[in-house]
Design a protein around this ligand. Structure first.
Ligand code: ADP
Ligand code: MG
Length: 308
């Protein structure tokens, strides 16, 4: 449990991550993900409750925990004015590695993350994508058995995101245990063995990606029409194919529903829209997102600040 003044950031969150697996902590902005990570990485003390990381109690032996973990997120210990190589070397030394080992390991990681060309540039000249990659490299220098990755790919372009996913998978294959936080259902789907969905500091669902997707529906059909009247008529058409709660924004003319068979639903809806002479601005199938998970689990959308 963790309170910040009036705000209860964490409230009875129970996590269990078997060694060598990835737990995905999925939730919108403000859900408590970073608070959970800060407690587990000993950066914040909980107001109540206990936690063990790699067999070590975070309250009784925070130094022991820090020696066994790697952390990547907005709080990483990188120095803007040092070069990429110098930063990785410094982090390695903080973990007690010799300067030579840290340097060698750093170069290996720079190579793996396509940062060799930027190896001798200060971090302040790095692009956002490069920053994320060096940040993850920093968490990997000392090869810790447990990794905490707090929204490792938020804001990244698809290519960089895919590369980071590969690097994370690679670590897991070598036996690293990972706790990953994310706002992207797809990211949890790609990486996590088990997913815990959190909202307002507590778990609202737990399961494998398959289990969650079964609850949320495989695909979503989005229809965009002109104005509230058409949206209402579209809503009743979509009712025939929806397999769960729909999301409707009348004024924007947007209707979205989970569907079982995407292609079939799409053709049924297209035919009906045409028969009723409803003009389509846009229509398409897509995979479920965190917003869809929230709609299904809570009956309401993730809070407004979540959709970034
Ligand atoms: N240092 C802090 N002081 C006050 N409130 C905080 C602090 N850190 C987090 N909070 C609040 O706690 C809640 C959870 O935040 P956080 O753990 O950062 O969520 P997330 O990482 O999921 O976006 C939010 O309501 C946030 O505003
Ligand atoms: Mg956060």
């Amino acid at each position: 449990m963790k309170r910040y003044g009036e705000v209860t950031a964490l409230d009875g969150l129970d996590l269990d991550v078997p060694g060598g697996t990835v737990l995905g902590l999925l939730g919108p902005n403000g859900a408590g993900k970073t608070t959970a990570v800060s407690i587990l990485t000993t950066l914040t003390r909980p107001d109540a409750g206990t936690a063990m990381v790699a067999g070590v109690d975070v309250l009784a032996d925070p130094r022991g925990v820090r020696a066994r973990i790697g952390l990547s997120g907005q709080y990483a210990a990188v120095d803007e004015h040092l070069t990429a190589t110098e930063n990785l070397e410094m982090i390695g030394c903080l973990y007690g590695m010799s300067r030579r080992d840290a340097r060698r390991r750093g170069l290996e990681l720079l190579d793996q993350f396509r940062l060799m060309e930027a190896a001798d540039r200060p971090l302040k000249t790095f692009s956002g994508g490069m920053r994320r990659r060096i940040d993850l490299a920093g968490a990997l220098v000392a090869d810790p058995p447990v990794l905490f990755l707090d929204e490792p790919t938020t804001g990244l372009d698809p290519r960089s995101r895919g590369e980071l996913w590969e690097a994370i998978r690679d670590r897991v294959q070598r036996g690293t245990t990972v706790l990953l936080t994310t706002q992207y259902l797809e990211e949890a789907d790609q990486l996590a063995d088990e997913i815990v969905v959190i909202d307002h500091g507590h778990a609202i669902a737990k399961g494998t990606s398959e289990e969650l997707k079964r609850r949320v529906g495989g695909e979503h059909l989005d229809v965009h029409v002109n104005g509230a009247d058409d949206a209402r008529r579209t809503e009743s058409i979509m009712n025939k194919v929806a397999t769960g709660p729909m999301r409707v924004h009348h004024d924007e003319g947007e209707v979205s529903a989970p569907v079982a068979n995407g292609v079939e639903a799409l053709s049924i809806v297209l035919r009906e829209l045409e028969e009723q002479r409803i003009a389509i601005v846009d229509i398409g199938l897509r995979r479920p997102t965190l917003d869809d998970v929230f709609m299904e689990l809570t009956g309401h959308e993730a809070s407004a600040e979540a959709s970034q």
